[in-house]
Ligand binder design. Structure first.
Ligand code: FES
Length: 252
């Protein structure tokens, strides 16, 4: 395949950025999108040019490290992570625009790399359970009904890639936060912090500068793990319940 790539290049957080154009050929349709970028970088290095900076780790769709806006869509034309997107979804001769996540709470570090530590701070404010440490507890010591286990697992699938924020016109992190809140709030082990969890995580989310939800639903469409939009209403109910029980604390 022969492609024209228009890639966002930005030397640092305070530097101005712009799209740079690269012509690349001999790209196999079997390559992943990141392998295609690896190939570009090898050729740039051989030409003595600066390679394109981008995030990645597992390259198996499980860590959430990768992420870029491809032709205006978070993670590109398929509902998957960027590392699991393959070049067969593009055509020979295509022009492909590649940009970093665009959100006020995700400042650009360099090129396609953004700072997503705001997600870590949301998790740090409530994404845990008060479980005694030590040897693994007996599996049946705390019965978890099957529907509850299924709901918790469905939400635990969130890999924190940030596609929901990038896809949202408001730069909202409601889908991410609601996945983390719901995952733990439905489980018996998550009950001790049930109220403080949702109040603290929503409070941190707001303080980090993420936008509000206006129900456009783009987040759930872009999510590579299929976190359902309904999890936002679950979080809103949890938040209202916790606020009422705590004398209006966290009221928005
Ligand atoms: S590199 Fe881990 S999900 Fe893409």
């Amino acid at each position: 395949m022969r492609l024209t790539l228009r890639i966002w290049r930005q030397r640092g957080p305070e530097e101005p950025g712009a799209l740079s154009v690269y012509e690349i050929e001999d790209i196999s349709p079997e390559m992943s999108f990141l392998e295609m970028l690896d190939t570009l970088n090898e050729r740039l290095i051989l030409r003595g040019e600066e390679p394109v900076a981008f995030d990645h780790d597992c390259r198996e769709g499980i860590c959430g490290a990768c992420g870029m806006v491809i032709n205006g869509q978070a993670h590109g034309p398929e509902r998957t992570t960027t590392c699991q997107l393959h070049m067969r979804h593009f055509r020979d001769g295509d022009t492909i625009d590649v940009e970093p996540w665009r959100a006020a709470a995700f400042p650009v570090v360099k090129d396609l790399v953004v700072d997503r530590s705001a997600f870590d701070r949301i998790i740090g404010s409530g994404g845990f359970v008060s479980a005694p440490t030590g040897s693994a507890p007996e599996a049946h010591a705390t019965p978890v009904p099957k529907p509850v286990a299924d709901t918790a697992f469905e939400h635990a699938e969130c890999i924190g890639c940030g596609a929901c924020v990038a896809a949202c016109p408001n730069g909202s992190a409601m889908l991410f936060t609601s996945a983390k809140v719901t995952h733990l709030n439905v489980l018996p082990q998550g009950q001790p912090e049930r109220e403080s969890r949702v109040l603290d995580m929503v409070g941190t989310m707001d303080a980090e500068g993420f936008g509000g939800c206006t129900n456009t639903g783009e987040c759930a469409v872009a999510c590579p793990k299929g976190i359902p939009l309904q999890s936002i209403s679950t979080m809103n109910r949890e938040f209202l319940r916790a606020s009422l029980k705590n004398g209006g604390r966290g009221a928005r």
